[in-house]
Design a protein around this ligand. Structure first.
Ligand SMILES: C[S@@+](CC[C@H](N)C(=O)[O-])C[C@H]1O[C@@H](n2cnc3c(N)ncnc32)[C@H](O)[C@@H]1O
Length: 362
């Protein structure tokens, strides 16, 4: 019999809900459990990630979204001669930056050696394939491609018709990645004191402490330089990309990181090691206000922020529908507890799937 509550380190009781743990049924990459997720995605060998055409097209959609947000900041026509992508993984984004003509030189940095996952040749083979599909009369292939593009566009809250997407990239432009650095971004010193017009952080800022990250970014940007961030937001009911099944909703927002780890040790000891691997976030309960504060402290400005709200799962719907007292539970219990952990926490945080932030160094 599981315990029906957990006591936080400051003595508060958190009630657990029978059956809630089992409600997490969806996993990425065909994975079926937290243990499998921890083993495949957090063992330092990133082979679990797919690398095919569909995976690539998703990156193209994210890149297009990035362009749209820059447009909304009236930065759409700006060129960024020297660009750096942090937490770059397979370094697809910096290659797309070059293929779109937005930068002249593109570097990527990752703490892991993921530079063999994708090459310049792969990137352009897939871009050509994408462009050929538009030009062809193969309706089946076009439909398949449209399905990938439309799905992620809908999640991001973006719109872009297929034929236009194919006009962004010109494969005849110089497109090769100029440098792949394997290093910890926080301690890396660029050779020759290089600085950048644009730094992007795509699905990676959760790894960093926001205050030291923004200081480091400021030190590497040229005046007027832009830091663009998009991230799978971690307040989502099961912790976003942490993929945590839990015995009550939003425990990762209602507990400090230390208490969350202790909760697994006490209540779900079989999964404690796996959970600890997956709770890779520097702090799990950051909000745009924290990033704004960090930016100001670093001498930068947060000039735009955008949320894509969750359109799946039961959470937003059931809270609004007052399903089984969920509305009272959310506002009466979850929200005050989450605000104790981070006073900036607000209801939209709980329902955001993607968060986008644009910073400028004046
Ligand atoms: C979820 S992946 C995103 C990869 C890529 N940006 C993309 O969208 O395909 C996050 C990446 O951040 C990298 N990372 C984590 N901590 C880092 C650090 N301190 N310095 C550099 N890279 C880091 C990880 O190794 C991982 O490859």
């Amino acid at each position: 019999m599981l315990k029906d509550h957990f006591i936080t380190s400051d003595g508060k009781r958190i009630d657990l809900i029978p059956g809630w743990f089992e409600r997490k049924i969806s996993w990425p990459y065909g994975i079926k459990s937290l243990q499998e997720f921890a083993d495949k995605c957090f063992d330092g060998t990133p082979d679990a990630y797919p690398k095919g055409y569909g995976f690539f097209i998703n990156k193209v959609v994210v890149f297009n979204y990035f362009r749209e947000v820059l447009n909304e900041c009236f930065l759409g026509r700006q060129k960024f001669p020297m660009a750096l992508d942090i937490g770059t993984g397979p370094a697809i984004q910096p290659r797309l930056l070059k293929a779109s003509g937005m930068c002249e030189t593109a570097w990527g940095i990752d703490i892991l050696e993921r530079d063999k996952e994708f090459t310049d040749a792969n990137t352009f083979e897939f871009l050509e394939e994408m462009n050929r599909t538009y030009r062809s009369r193969d309706k089946a292939k076009q439909k398949e491609l449209a399905a990938i593009v439309d799905f992620l566009n809908a999640q991001l809250g973006n719109w872009y018709p297929l034929p236009l997407l194919s006009t962004i990239f010109d494969p005849s432009r110089p497109h090769g990645l100029d440098k792949y650095v394997v290093d910890d971004f926080m301690t890396w010193e660029p050779p020759g004191g290089e600085t950048f017009d644009l730094i992007t952080g795509i699905m990676c800022i959760e790894y960093f402490d926001e205050r030291t990250l923004l200081k480091k970014i400021e030190s590497l940007l040229k005046p007027g330089g832009i830091f663009f961030v998009i991230v799978d937001y971690w307040h989502e009911v099961c912790g976003g990309s942490m993929q945590l099944p839990m015995d009550a909703p939003w425990l990762h927002c209602r507990l400090t990181r230390e208490d969350l780890i202790r909760y697994y040790k006490e209540i779900r000891p079989d999964l404690a090691q796996a959970a600890e691997k997956c709770i890779y976030f520097a702090r799990s309960h950051l909000t745009p206000y924290d990033y704004n504060d960090a930016a100001l402290a670093a001498g930068m400005k947060l000039i735009a922020s955008r949320r894509a709200l969750l359109n799946n799962q039961s959470n937003a719907g059931s809270v609004n529908a007052n399903d089984g007292g969920m509305f009272e539970y959310f506002y009466g219990t979850i929200l005050p507890q989450a605000k104790k952990v981070n006073p900036y926490f607000s209801p939209p945080d709980a329902f955001t799937q993607y968060l986008t932030l644009v910073f400028r160094k004046d």
